[in-house]
Ligand binder design. Structure first.
Ligand SMILES: NC(=O)c1ccc[n+]([C@@H]2O[C@H](COP(=O)([O-])OP(=O)(O)OC[C@H]3O[C@@H](n4cnc5c(N)ncnc54)[C@H](O)[C@@H]3O)[C@@H](O)[C@H]2O)c1
Length: 306
């Protein structure tokens, strides 16, 4: 796409802030960040305060700023979702419906929406979970993500709308986060950096797939630019960087000279983590549009500490 005019919903979260930083460096790209919260620091792009469920207001922004591309990030994440399932469904699915209906009406050229490994359920393939398999998610977050994955396919066939999607594992970055099940990794690195003890809410051996934020941003941009005119595509591509347990991270930090003290106090998030796969198969993303992660655990932690 040339002359991109991008609107981001949920732009003040982990993915949104990183995407803003990346897009700000691109030429011929206008970015409008939106969120239900107000930015703590001044952003490098325009900002509008908006609830992603407010269709009229979103529509007026799409018209006013001549938007032709949307990244829809507004969501309630896995752990927060379990505290309020009805609100989680409302925000996650109904805001998706609002954004897709506006994208169809305003002929938005491309829409990006992130899914999650939460779509998988405990009963199937915990190791190297295939791209496509029966899925029985055990969280409202996973249910809402799976429903939206199905809607992507449906709207693609019905309206020929170009929605692109990654099925993301836990994302590591230096931004403060909250409300997800993989947040422990970011919290532990921050505790190590600040030389304070950390109490981890997952058990030491709980293995989950992870990816570093720079690889996610690269993947989003590659996927958004990919040419699918000559071959079939999948509607939400698995990607992962490396596998991680709290103990492995603890050991990595110690190896890097941070004598972090980690206590374990397991809570309800353990059950969520155990319902997700330990690793996922991302061969299709490699084959279809060249997904190649650049960050392993060591490099990710090094970047988070710097
Ligand atoms: N970060 C991860 O590890 C991860 C993994 C898999 C998928 N995802 C998906 O990526 C997307 C972004 O995740 P994130 O980590 O940046 O989340 P985040 O929680 O850091 O940010 C979400 C943002 O959405 C905003 N928001 C919430 N409700 C809103 C509403 N009604 N209207 C407008 N804004 C609203 C919040 O204020 C927040 O700034 C989400 O769809 C999430 O499910 C994230």
């Amino acid at each position: 796409m040339k002359n991109k005019r991008i609107l981001i919903t949920g732009a003040l979260g982990q993915l949104g802030l990183a995407l803003i930083r990346a897009l700000s460096k691109q030429e011929n790209t206008y970015v409008l960040a939106t969120d239900i919260n107000i930015p703590k620091d001044k952003l490098s792009v325009d900002f509008e305060h908006v609830n992603a469920l407010n269709k009229n207001r979103l529509e007026s922004l799409i018209t006013k700023y001549e938007i032709n591309c949307i990244y829809h990030f507004a969501a309630i994440l896995s752990a927060n979702g379990e505290n309020n399932p009805f609100m989680s469904w409302d925000v996650n699915v109904n805001s998706f419906q609002v954004v897709v209906s506006l994208a169809i009406k305003h002929k938005i050229q491309r829409l990006f929406w992130p899914s999650s490994i939460a779509v998988y359920g405990r009963d199937k393939n915990p190791i190297n979970a295939p791209q496509q398999v029966d899925m029985n998610p055990l969280t409202i977050y996973g249910v809402s993500k799976l429903a939206s994955e199905k809607l992507i396919m449906y709207y693609h066939y019905k309206y020929n709308i170009d929605i692109r999607s990654l099925r993301l594992p836990g994302v590591l970055s230096s931004d403060l986060v909250g409300g997800g099940t993989t947040d422990y990794a970011i919290e532990m690195v921050q505790a190590a950096k600040n030389r304070i003890p950390y109490t981890c809410f997952l058990a030491p051996q709980t293995e989950l797939p992870m990816v570093y934020i720079d690889d996610v941003i690269m993947a989003m941009q590659q996927l958004m630019e990919a040419d699918f005119s000559t071959h079939q595509r999948t509607h939400s591509y698995n990607i992962m960087g490396f596998r991680l347990t709290p103990r492995k991270l603890e050991n990595q930090l110690k190896k890097m000279g941070f004598p972090v003290v980690v206590n374990y106090n397991i809570d309800y998030r353990q059950q969520i983590a155990e319902s997700w796969p330990q690793t996922i198969d991302d061969q299709l993303a490699k084959k279809d549009w060249g997904w190649t992660p650049k960050f392993d655990l060591k490099r990710s932690v090094k970047r988070m500490l710097s």
